[in-house]
Design a protein around this ligand. Structure first.
Ligand code: PGA
Length: 257
């Protein structure tokens, strides 16, 4: 499977800048992309991002979604509206949502199910804090996060859009101690967690679990992306800081060739 390079812009680019950035990106991209590329923009920028990228092969998506499909929930964004804006993906359960908005694994699970029902592919984020890793519990902690969140993927949800396949699901392993800190997990760390997650999925869902993408995220940049993404069960990257400059995105794609 082709790697996925998902650009997590966070609260960094509004509609006007997002539009012109995407247009310039298209001018600089090679004809043959070595990876699927997706821009994860702020909800208010998605319409313009879509206008800039539609037809180009570069995809786009949101950074969060409501767990509710519709109703009296002021300030929320419905998964159905993301679909209406042709979003391919939505990031769910990012550690910044967990830390600043008190999102739990259960909420991430509900959002995952809502996104799938609306036809938007979730990129579900998991990963441990430093104390958990230092205590040797990174794997069990992360797999428990998956276990709790994915208990929302009932057979009914799986059968709607998944149609028996897990291609719809992407998991981003983002150790919290590596996000925005400049401290990257080693390729061994990323691969070990990727292997553990893949094993967990295959045990649970069978061979179809070989089709889901497992990303690594946390201080990924042009000079480390190749070492990380050449490992087994690291099928791409969710990139924050290094996704903001065009030059660094182009360099990351070159590194993935
Ligand atoms: P970073 O962020 O690349 O700046 O560490 C990654 C993320 O938060 O998804």
């Amino acid at each position: 499977m082709k790697p996925l390079l998902a650009l997590n812009w966070k609260l960094q680019k509004g509609p006007a800048e997002a539009f012109s950035w995407c247009r310039t990106l298209l001018e600089q991209l090679p004809d043959e992309l070595p990876a699927d590329v997706a821009v994860m923009a702020a909800a208010v920028s998605l319409d313009r991002v879509g206008n800039a990228l539609r037809g180009s092969g570069v995809q786009w998506g949101a950074q969060d979604v409501s767990k509710h499909a519709k109703g009296a929930f002021t300030g929320e964004t419905a998964a159905g509206w993301l679909n209406e804006l042709d979003c391919t993906y939505v990031v769910i359960g990012h550690s910044e949502r967990r830390e600043y908005h008190f999102e739990t694994d259960a909420i991430a699970g509900e959002k995952t199910a809502v996104a799938i029902r609306a036809g938007v592919k979730p990129i579900l984020c998991v990963g441990e804090k430093l104390d958990v890793r230092e205590a040797g519990n990174a794997e069990s902690y992360t797999l428990t996060q998956l276990e709790t969140a994915l208990s929302w993927l009932t057979p009914e949800v799986l059968n709607t859009e998944f149609k028996g396949s897990l291609e719809w699901l992407t998991i981003a392993y983002e150790p919290i101690w590596a996000i925005g800190t400049g401290k990257t997990a080693t390729p061994d760390d990323a691969e070990n967690m990727g292997n553990a997650m893949r094993y967990w999925f295959v045990q649970r869902y069978g061979e179809t679990a070989n089709n889901l993408r497992l990303l690594y995220g946390g201080s990924v940049k042009p000079d480390n992306i190749k070492a990380l993404c050449s490992r087994s069960n690291v099928d791409g990257a969710l990139v924050g800081g290094a996704s903001l400059e065009l030059d660094s995105v182009v360099k990351m794609l070159e590194a993935l060739k």
